[in-house]
Design a protein around this ligand. Sequence first.
Ligand code: NAP
Length: 305
Amino acid sequence: MSARPFRLGLIGYPLGRSLSPQIHRAALASLGLEGDYRPYPLPPLPQGEARLLELLAALRGGELHGLNVTIPYKSAVLGYLDRLSAVARAIGAVNTILVQEGELLGENTDAGAFWADLQRLWGERLEGDRPALVLGAGGAARAVAYALLIEGWQVVVAARRREQAERLAYELNQSVHPLPEKGGRGACAARMPLRPGGSASLQEARLWEAWADSLQPSLVVNATPLGMPPQAQASPWPRGAALPHRAMIYDLVYNPPHTRWLRRAEAAGLEAANGLGMLIEQAAGAFQLWTGLQPPREALWRALA
Ligand code: NAP
């Protein structure tokens, strides 16, 4: 890999609270690489289109070497790229763009990052076929559900809009199914039941508790923004409904580091973690695609300490 200055960046809107510049600058510094990682705030389409095209042209022309993508462009950018990786295509969202053989390739490092962080946290507890409950059905939920399905989990998605959860289940069932078997357990379209929770159960604690209890999930993942400003006091779990016994609790929200939901899970004696590790892993995955190098994780954690 050449010692060129790496010009990297992030597109999305708004970007004022993003931690990605800190992580990637720490990655460059820890490896002694020259370069920078800049936020490129792009208002949503159609206003942002002209600037988006400029940035993609800079990438293709070699003036930029890599871009991360965040809200609201993770899906919106798909139509502007030449190719998608199999993972990005299955999830329907891109968080990393790189140039390969002159073409713009869209990749998604969120799914692998989520699984890597789960392994770091809970290792052997993840073995075996287990049910997982994913709260929310947006882009992050798709990455999480994809990672779990590929690893042989049964996944149930609960969202306030039932049709969104059903679409997620249907599309992932379609796209995960044809993938080759992994680790002998196989990709498991059939294991995602097409019975996502409806909005009624999200509002009705008693119904929700019975429903969630019947699933007996080993893992519950919050993939909604509930718990994050401006909804910092909100919890994705209905008030008054008991948390599942012995489930591992993972909150994709990392700012604040201890959401109300995490505090409640910890108070109930459950093992609980926020999404900072996933954030670091998705950044490390993108950085490796752009530079060919794995940044030392301690340096990335230190940058956010
Ligand atoms: P998204 O595409 O907007 O999806 C959010 C999901 O949450 C949708 O299903 C949405 O439903 C639901 N939701 C939003 N507000 C809700 C509410 N008040 N009550 C119930 N459901 C609600 O967002 P995303 O990209 O998936 O991101 C979700 C969260 O994950 C964000 O907090 C993001 O910061 C975090 N995240 C973390 C990482 C990490 O590395 N740790 C990576 C990616 C994302 P509607 O469609 O009906 O609004």
